[in-house]
Design a binder for this molecule. Structure first.
Ligand code: 13P
Length: 287
C-alpha cells in the first residue's frame, strides 16, 4: 500500500532525521530502492519527474509497477509515490492515476499565481489524504528541462505558501540539481534558518541531494530539513557499475548479455548508494 508522506515527515522532523526521496527511472531502480528500504527498515519516498513518468509509459504504468512490487516483494515499510517538480496539470494527472503524494512546483510563477494554484491543490490533496509539496525559490541546475539558477527563497513568500496548508515545503537555499560546480559557495544556512523561523513546524525539503557534503546535510537536518531528494547520484553509480561490467568484457562471457546479468551490477550500485544516503540521513530503523 502507498502512503502519504505526511506522517513519515512529521516523525522525521520530530526525530531530527530526514527521509530520502529517491527518483525512479525503471523497474531496476524501483526494485533496488524498495528492497534497500525494506532491508534497512526505513521509510522511503519514490520520486517521479514528469519526464521519467513519460519514459515509464505514463503515471498509471508507474502506479501499477510500484503497487505490484510492494505486494510481490512484501514491502512493509512506509512508501510514498511522489510526483517530483510537477506542473499543475501533471499534479492533477498523478492524483488521478493513484500517486500518494505530489509536488506542485509553482516557483516560476509570480507568487500570487503560485498561491492560487497551490490553494486549489491543497484542497484536493486534503480531501483525498495525499501529501503536497510546494516550492518557493527555484532550485538551481537543470532537471528534465526545468532550469533554475539556485535562488535563495524569500522567507515571507515561504510563509505565505506554508500557511496554505501544504504538507512540506521546498525552499531554495542555494542548492542545485545535478553535480555541484567547483566554485559552489555551499548551502545558505542563513536562508534556511530564516525560512524555518517563519514556517514553524512545516517539514522542509532539500532538493539536489547529490554531492552536498555530509556536514552540510547534517546541519540542514538540524535546522528543520526532513526530506532530501537524490537523483543524479543513483544515475552516476548505476552508469559507473554498468560501464565497468562492459569494459571488463563480461557481456561477452557466457550469457553475460542477458539483461538480468548485464543490469545486475548497476542494480547493486543503486542499492549501495541508497544505503549510504539512508545512513547519512538517519532514517534507518525508523519505519
Ligand atoms: P540531484 O539529482 O542533484 O540529486 O537532485 C534530485 C532532486 O532534487 C529531485 O527533485
Amino acid at each position: 500500500m502507498l502512503v502519504s508522506a505526511k506522517d513519515m515527515l512529521n516523525k522525521a522532523r520530530d526525530g531530527k532525521y530526514a527521509v530520502g526521496q529517491f527518483n525512479i527511472n525503471n523497474l531496476e531502480w524501483t526494485k533496488a530502492i524498495l528492497l534497500t528500504a525494506q532491508e534497512l527498515n526505513s521509510p522511503v519516498i519514490l520520486g517521479v519527474s514528469e519526464g521519467a513518468g513519460k519514459y515509464m509509459c505514463g503515471y498509471k504504468t508507474v502506479v501499477g509497477m510500484v503497487k505490484g512490487m510492494i505486494e510481490e516483494l512484501k514491502i512493509t515499510v512506509p512508501v510514498a509515490l511522489h510526483l517530483d517538480h510537477g506542473s499543475y496539470e501533471g499534479a492533477k494527472a498523478c492524483i488521478e492515476a493513484g500517486f500518494s503524494s505530489v509536488m506542485f512546483d509553482g516557483s516560476h510563477y509570480p507568487i500570487e499565481e503560485n498561491v492560487k494554484k497551490t490553494t486549489e491543490l491543497v484542497k484536493t490533496c486534503n480531501e483525498l489524504g495525499l501529501s503536497l509539496e510546494a516550492e518557493v525559490g527555484s532550485i538551481g541546475g537543470e532537471e528534465d528541462g526545468v532550469v533554475g539558477m539556485g535562488e535563495c527563497a524569500d522567507p515571507d513568500e515561504c510563509k505565505a505558501i506554508a500557511d496554505l496548508g501544504v504538507t512540506m515545503l521546498a525552499a531554495g537555499i542555494g542548492n542545485i540539481h545535478g553535480k555541484y560546480p567547483e566554485n559552489w559557495p555551499g548551502l545558505s544556512f542563513e536562508t534556511l534558518a530564516a525560512v524555518k523561523e517563519k514556517v514553524g513546524d512545516m517539514p522542509l525539503v532539500l532538493h539536489g541531494g547529490t554531492g552536498i557534503p555530509e556536514d552540510m546535510i547534517k546541519k540542514a537536518i538540524s535546522l528543520g530539513v526532513a526530506k532530501i531528494n537524490v537523483n543524479t547520484e543513483c544515475q552516476l553509480s548505476f552508469a559507473d557499475a554498468t560501464r565497468k561490467y562492459i569494459e571488463a568484457g563480461k557481456d561477452l562471457e557466457g550469457k553475460g548479455f542477458d539483461p538480468r546479468k548485464l543490469l545486475a551490477p548497476g542494480f547493486e550500485a543503486i542499492k549501495n548508494t541508497v544505503k549510504e544516503k539512508m545512513e547519512l540521513f538517519g532514517s534507518i530503523g525508523k519505519a
